[in-house]
Design a protein around this ligand. Structure first.
Ligand code: FES
Length: 169
C-alpha cells in the first residue's frame, strides 16, 4: 500500500488532466516556445498561431505538449483555452495566478506548474515580436517573474547536464 498522501487537486484539475484540450503540435504555428523545470524535470512546449487583424495581433490557435505532472497538464490545457481568440496583448497580461484561479486553485507545492505554463506563453510572445522585429509599447523590456523563473531553471538544467557529462567522461 502506498504511504503517499494524494494532493488536494480540484475537480477541474483532475478533469483537464484526464481530458486535456489542445494537445499536440500545431503544424502551422508561428512560434514555438519551451520551458523546463529542473525542480521536477518537467518540460512544456507551447505552439501559437498568430494572425493580424487591423493593427492588432490575435492568437488564432494554441496547443501544447507537456512532459509534466497533472497540474502542469491542466494548467497548459486551460491556458490554451483562455488565450485562443484573444489579442496577444491580453494573453500577455495573464499571470500564473490567473491560471491557478481558473483551475479552482492549486496546492502551493504545485504553483510552479502554472508558472511554467505562463513562462512558456510569455517567452513565445516575446519570441514572436523579436522575430517580426517589432516591439509593441505594452511589451516590457524587463522580463516577468515567469520568464525569469523559466530562464533560471533552464540555466540550472544546463549546468547539471554539463556536470553530468564531465562526470561520465
Ligand atoms: Fe513540475 Fe508540475 S511538478 S510541472
Amino acid at each position: 500500500m502506498s504511504s503517499r498522501i494524494p494532493l488536494p487537486y480540484t475537480p477541474k484539475v483532475l478533469e483537464l488532466f484526464r481530458n486535456p484540450k489542445n494537445v499536440g503540435p500545431l503544424a502551422d504555428a508561428d512560434v514555438i516556445a519551451t520551458a523546463g523545470s529542473p525542480a521536477c524535470g518537467d518540460v512544456i512546449k507551447l505552439y501559437l498561431k498568430i494572425v493580424k487583424r487591423g493593427n492588432e495581433e490575435y492568437i488564432e490557435k494554441a496547443s501544447f505538449e507537456s512532459y509534466g505532472c497533472a497540474a502542469n497538464i491542466a494548467a497548459a490545457s486551460i491556458l490554451t483555452e483562455m488565450i485562443k481568440g484573444k489579442r496577444v496583448k491580453e494573453a500577455w497580461e495573464l499571470s500564473w495566478k490567473d491560471i491557478a484561479d481558473e483551475l479552482g486553485g492549486l496546492p502551493p507545492i504545485k504553483y510552479h506548474c502554472s508558472i511554467l505554463a505562463v513562462g512558456a506563453l510569455k517567452r513565445a510572445i516575446r519570441m514572436f515580436y523579436e522575430r517580426i522585429k517589432r516591439k509593441p509599447e505594452w511589451l516590457p523590456k524587463e522580463m516577468t517573474i515567469e520568464e525569469k523563473q523559466t530562464i533560471e531553471e533552464e540555466k540550472l538544467i544546463e549546468t547539471m547536464y554539463r556536470k553530468l557529462m564531465q562526470f561520465r567522461t
